[in-house]
Design a protein around this ligand. Structure first.
Ligand SMILES: Cc1ncc(COP(=O)(O)O)c(C=O)c1O
Length: 383
């Protein structure tokens, strides 16, 4: 029996009727863009993220871009970001007219390391003003990424941001309904970005995203920027974009958000079971901080034999993934920033040996046994 990396169909079959009637309502009203379904979802999602405001947009990439854009930092500001993330985190910084400043991650959580951020800022703040030594950009922000479903060390990063007068942004695209110290992902710092790409924990039936914030000002700016900068129809105070969410996605997300907490509980159970079934093998299993609710968007383990293990699994019809195979500071797209291999050893280690296993709420115990037996046979046939 093969095991897929992700199974969207089983989940769809469980909520088919609810989804069907919501989509029919959209069809009947012919309200296809924004409108009541999107507004109702925004209200529900603000509750999930524990913020006063949620503004739905067209994708997670749009969300990262627009939240930084809405903060109205001086053009060309430096924004600290980890190199082991999906490219959209860094694209958002560049699209908003700023300069990515890479700082390495923590070896356990693979999230931005507050210690490394602190010592980097100390090293480049001769007169109290942090300036990126590589590009000369004045540093004005931090974009922390909640990788794999585990919120970054956001309380520590909030303190560092306050000390240096920086804005803290959260890329929570992989961590819907996660929390740290009881605070939901999306509720830290100036604003947070979420993705509802179909494969995410809360997935639309197409593209979708959202910005959450407690700042009325940021929420108002995001709302305006997502709709061409228009405060009323055909009246423009500034140039915006078309980042509006489709009503169909708002309707789907409204239904799915009722289930997200229980789906994430099932992911957490599956991660625990993987940990038990894989214990004792020469693998680095995922680290979960004590004060977090990790929602396992991805179950990532590490081994120097990643490539041969992956091939072995694939030959046995067990799917797996790489998140991510090449850290961003070594990619051609970011070569203009002047980094080189060796600059961020933990991110490079992660890229060289991470392997992500099938993970979704409906993953069965039998499927987990097939996956873990395949991993075990890889190591036992090696002797
Ligand atoms: C960390 C991170 N940031 C941003 C994004 C971009 O989201 P989207 O694919 O919805 O544009 C993703 C999604 O893959 C992501 O994982």
């Amino acid at each position: 029996m093969s095991v897929p990396f992700l199974d969207l169909k089983t989940q769809y079959n469980q909520i088919k009727d609810e989804i069907g009637s919501e989509l029919t309502e959209v069809l009947d009203t012919c309200y296809y863009v924004l409108g009541p379904k999107v507004a109702a979802f925004e209200e529900k999602f603000a509750e999930i993220a524990g913020t006063k405001y949620c503004v739905a947009v067209s994708s997670g990439t749009a969300a990262v871009h627009i939240m930084i854009w809405a903060a109205d930092l001086q053009p060309g500001s430096g924004i600290i970001v980890p190199p082991n993330t999906f490219t959209a985190s860094v694209e958002g910084i560049v699209l908003a007219g700023h300069v990515p400043v890479f700082v390495d991650v923590d070896k356990d959580t693979l999230n931005l390391s507050p210690e490394k951020v602190k010592s980097f800022l100390e090293s480049c703040s001769a007169d109290g003003t942090p300036v990126d030594p590589k590009t000369g950009a004045r540093i004005r922000g931090i974009l922390a990424v909640d990788l794999y479903g585990q919120p970054a060390a956001l309380p520590e990063l909030e303190k560092i941001s306050e000390r240096y007068g920086l804005l803290l942004f959260e890329d929570a695209c992989q961590s819907v309904n996660a929390s740290r110290n009881g605070r939901p992902a999306g509720s830290f710092g100036t604003a947070a970005a979420f993705s509802f790409y179909p494969g995410k924990n809360l997935g639309a039936f197409g593209e979708g995203g959202a910005v959450t914030t407690n700042s009325e000002d940021i929420a108002r700016r995001v709302r305006t920027l997502r709709d061409h900068g228009s405060r009323e129809k055909y009246i423009y105070d500034f140039i915006g974009h078309n980042y509006r969410m489709s009503a169909f996605q708002g309707a789907v997300l409204g239904v799915k958000s009722r289930y997200i907490s229980q789906w994430n509980d099932r992911r957490r159970d599956a991660a625990k079971r993987y940990n038990e079934l894989l214990s004792g093998l020469p693998l680095v299993l995922p680290h979960e901080d004590g004060d977090v609710r990790h929602v396992y968007h991805l179950y990532a383990m590490h081994t120097p034999e990643r490539d041969s293990l992956r091939e072995f699994l694939s030959n046995g019809d067990v799917a797996s993934g790489l998140h991510y195979p090449l850290p961003l500071h070594t990619q051609k797209a970011y070569a203009y920033l002047g980094y080189k291999a060796g600059d961020f050893p933990v991110s490079e280690w992660n890229s060289s040996c991470n392997l992500t296993l099938p993970m979704f709420p409906d993953l069965t115990q039998d499927q987990q046994i097939i996956v873990t037996e395949a991993v075990k046979s890889y190591f036992s046939q090696k002797g």
